[in-house]
Design a protein around this ligand. Structure first.
Ligand SMILES: *Cc1c(COP(=O)(O)O)cnc(C)c1O
Length: 341
């Protein structure tokens, strides 16, 4: 039995079938729109997410950064988003540096917020206040444990934001997990949003790449920032072929990751010193509480099981293509050895 790596769903490696699709891909110059794989990928993602156009980018972080740059105008514009969301906790302050965004972090339960929460965050328009401009949501929520925004809650946020003339952005790093878990189409979830994106390197298990979608006009503008950041590519079809392969073969199987996360959560709930409510685990992210996250992760590592300490009392385990049912059983046995002494 090899390493059971539950550190993140970014830990997957391309399968041999995916590598074959990549090796055989016909390619061209991506930034001249001559790469057939990238062209196909962008049109598939645009239609999957219900937008006119999409642009292929090296990473999800670049999707967020470019989207913030698209929506935030110079002069004190403010974005409303959850305090644990990726642009706040994991992009090196990029929205401030690159877009000049003022951030309004919401501290609401489960990494999600409601239309009323947005209403409460709107700035009164006068010269003392920043200008409310953008609402950004994360589907699924990462640091709140892979929660799926219910459709009516998304609609509530869209209604309040649109009424106030705000732009809307969806960080869809794990949007397909939300789709598979809820049975709601991606294009339904993104309705009313100005931009949304998909990551190919999370549960979809491709080695790199993400696609940002929006109106033709916004995506044209996104290309300027892609150029500026050095994200314009050449024979990117090599990796886009992996992403296309993932869309064909790795979406429905996300249900297995969700079932494995459920098994892991139920096993964890039985252990002393561990606190978790398995009913809160909706997709592939399992976050539990423990008094010594670092010590626990180090002890698990001795048993070839990897999890991440993500807070003073929090451990995160993420299921994915490279961890099967046996891997979960191995992880639970290791946890039992470490926790029951
Ligand atoms: C991973 C992640 C990102 C960033 O994607 P990268 O491809 O790693 O740059 C953004 N948002 C969320 C919620 C993520 O989990």
């Amino acid at each position: 039995m090899g390493l059971v790596n539950l550190y993140s769903d970014t830990q997957t490696r391309p399968t041999s079938a995916m590598r074959k699709a990549m090796a055989e891909a016909e390619v061209g110059d991506e930034q001249r729109f001559e790469d057939p794989q990238v062209t196909e990928l962008c049109s598939r993602v645009a239609s999957l997410l219900g937008f006119e156009a999409a642009v292929f980018l090296p990473s999800g972080t670049m999707c967020n950064e470019i989207a913030f740059r698209l929506h935030i105008r110079p002069g004190g514009d403010e974005a409303i988003l959850h305090r644990t969301s990726h642009p706040i906790i994991a992009e090196a302050g990029g929205p401030a540096a690159f877009a000049g965004a003022m951030m309004y972090p919401l501290d609401t339960p489960k990494g999600m917020f409601t239309g009323d929460d947005v209403r409460g965050a709107l700035r009164y328009p006068d010269r003392y206040n920043p200008r409310s401009r953008l609402v950004s949501v994360e589907q699924t929520t990462n640091m709140a444990g892979g929660r799926v925004w219910p459709l009516d809650q998304l609609r509530g946020v869209v209604d309040v934001a649109s009424e106030a003339g705000l732009r809307l952005h969806m960080d869809g790093a794990r949007l397909m997990n939300a789709v598979v878990a809820s049975g709601v189409a991606a294009s339904e979830m993104t309705r009313g949003f100005d931009t949304a994106w998909l990551d190919f390197t999370k549960g979809l298990s491709a080695p790199l790449g993400a696609c940002l979608a929006g109106s033709a006009e916004l995506i044209d503008e996104a290309w300027r920032y892609k150029q500026m950041l050095g994200g314009a590519l050449r024979q990117a079809g090599i990796v886009a072929a992996g992403a296309l392969y993932a869309l064909d073969h790795h979406v429905d199987r996300l249900a297995e990751d969700h079932a494995n996360a459920q098994t892991l959560a139920r096993g964890l709930a039985e252990l002393p010193g561990v606190s978790i409510d398995p009913d809160t685990v909706e997709t592939n992210i399992v976050i539990f509480e423990h008094d010594e996250p670092e010590g626990l992760c180090a002890a698990l590592r001795e048993h070839d099981v990897v999890m991440g300490a993500v807070g003073p009392r929090r451990v995160r385990a993420v299921t994915h293509l490279d961890v099967d049912g046996d891997g979960i059983r191995t992880a639970l046995r290791a946890l039992e050895r470490v926790c029951v002494r």
